[in-house]
Write a protein that binds this ligand. Structure first.
Ligand code: SGN
Ligand code: CA
Length: 497
């Protein structure tokens, strides 16, 4: 009896030890966080030191310079994150109810859980309905609120008092400390609402950057010369479309609904300061830019401080040694480039998104990666880290080899992008496109401008701010036909056609 049981016991013991050695994953995700406002990415805002904790994470891990989304809008990006598939395959084309997310479909967390991981999702997910595949989930309703948020979980809806960025962190730390099964490795998704519109800072950070002049982008006064009707027709201009009451809080909000969501008396002093405002357009744009940027950066400061809290907790508990920390955002954002706020376009500021990964013992501290990676890669990466099977129908590639410093020889050389939400908020025409490290080709199409197609082509090396659309000049050139051919190849590869 004893001799029969002994080997079995040994196997069980070693399996338990193996399970415990599997790395934990903490995935920290924000809503609309631009790489331009992360110190470690450099650029015009780095001297403001906007993100000390994220910069530290980058110095201890790997920062990705060329991480992109496949559809620069919230809910579709999150659907891609969970499924490892592009919008046309996971069904979440837009933020709207016209395209509900099918929670019954395959998602990485369901597979991870079957493979011995504890899974948790806390914060904004923006996919209506109950989450599946999470041992613990507590999510904001829709967009959520900056203050006193209502969270939905298996136990229904509950409201909490306080600043949402702090509350989401508190809840995540509480899950780590008190709620998870500590015998299993875990994957926790900590998803902030910040810094989404209408950029409400916490009361304690209201005066941050007050006396500082935020540097402007060179193209704040872009007039969209050479660009197609899409850039002319958008409604995301800081000057024209950013409102004084809710976005800039220079006047009273329209109603109580917004007061309850944080557009409250914290802005009284500002309203008083600007009550007799009378400026010409150029001056007004400059002022709006300053106010917008400061509120946005204050929201980011809270996010960053709370990341510091998570990192301190990991260190205190020793979890830091075997926990991978990853940081990203659902897409990028315009910080006044082209005169804009919001996202959606395939131009760099919104197509690109931050990605920073610290994997103790695996990522080389302070390493910088410039491979073309995309948000469809995240699901495969989580599964690969966990040693779980990766389904064939996921469309990305695991980033594990890259994180270990060895980019596979056959790594992708171009990216496919597709934005669908038109007509819709901010009036950005439907478009798809292809980008490699040097060039970008975009095809706008759809229901307006008599349904006509319009193309744009950029040389990112000569024109990184995408101010000079070369399509009309080069449309008969070999370069454009080569890019069109490659676009077709990608559409076949990703089963768009
Ligand atoms: C709201 C915002 C828009 C924003 C969308 C989508 N307007 O409609 O500015 O583009 O959300 O954002 S607001 O006045 O209600 O703030 S997303 O991040 O969810 O895709
Ligand atoms: Ca978003």
């Amino acid at each position: 009896m004893r001799t029969k049981l002994f080997p079995l016991l040994l196997i069980l013991l070693s399996l338990t030890a193996y399970a415990q050695e599997k790395p934990n994953i903490i995935w920290i995700f924000t809503d609309d966080h631009s790489y331009q406002t992360i110190g470690a990415y450099g650029g015009r805002l780095q001297d403001l030191n906007p993100t000390p904790n994220l910069d530290k994470l980058a110095s201890e891990g790997m920062i990705f310079n060329k991480c992109y989304v496949e559809n620069s809008i919230c809910a579709p990006s999150r659907a891609a994150l969970l499924t490892g598939k592009m919008s046309h395959m996971n069904g979440k084309f837009t933020n709207t109810k016209k395209h509900p997310f099918d929670h019954d479909q395959q998602q990485f967390q369901k597979i991870l859980r079957k493979n011995g991981y504890q899974t948790a999702m806390i914060g904004k997910i923006h996919l209506d309905g109950n989450m599946q595949g999470f041992d613990y989930w507590e999510v904001l309703l829709g967009q959520g609120s900056y203050v006193d948020p209502v969270l939905l979980s298996d136990n229904g809806k509950n409201q909490y008092k306080g600043y949402t960025t702090d509350i989401i962190t508190d809840k995540s730390l509480d899950w780590l400390e008190n709620k998870r099964d500590k015998s299993k490795p875990f994957m926790m998704m900590l998803h902030h609402k910040a810094p989404h519109r209408a950029w409400v800072p916490s009361r304690e950070h209201m005066n941050l950057y007050e006396d500082i002049e935020i540097p402007e982008p060179d193209n704040l006064f872009d007039n969209y010369d050479t660009r197609t009707t899409a850039a002319h027709g958008q409604t995301m201009s800081i000057l024209r479309d950013m409102n004084l009451h809710r976005d800039l809080k220079m006047t009273e909000p329209e109603n109580e609904f917004w007061v309850k969501r944080g557009i409250d008396d914290r802005f009284d002093a500002r309203r008083e300061k600007y009550k007799d405002l009378d400026l010409k357009d150029d001056e007004l744009l400059k002022l709006k830019y300053q106010i917008y940027m400061k509120d946005y950066l204050r929201c980011i400061w809270s996010v960053d401080q709370n990341i510091g809290r998570v990192m301190a907790y990991l260190k205190e508990t020793g979890l830091d040694k075997n926990t991978i920390v990853m940081y990203s955002s659902d897409q990028g954002f315009y910080m006044g480039e082209h005169g804009w706020f919001d996202k959606r376009f395939m131009y760099e500021e919104s197509f690109r998104t931050p990605l920073i990964v610290k994997w103790p013992g695996q990522t080389k501290p302070g390493s910088v990666n410039s491979d073309l990676v995309q948000n469809i890669d995240f699901a495969e990466t989580f599964l690969d880290i966990a040693g779980a099977p990766i389904p064939d129908d996921m469309q990305g590639k695991s980033l594990v080899p890259i994180l270990k410093g060895k980019t596979p020889k056959d790594w992708r050389e171009s990216l496919y992008y597709h934005y669908y939400e038109y007509p819709g908020a901010h009036s950005v025409r439907r478009h798809e496109g292809i980008a490699n490290k040097r060039y970008k080709l975009i095809r706008f199409y759809g229901t307006d401008v008599k349904g006509e197609e319009e193309w744009e082509f950029y040389d990112l090396k000569k024109d990184p701010s995408e101010m000079n659309n070369l399509y009309l000049q080069l449309k008969d050139s070999g370069k454009i036909s080569e890019m069109k051919k490659e676009l077709l190849r990608l559409k076949k590869h990703y089963k768009v056609i």
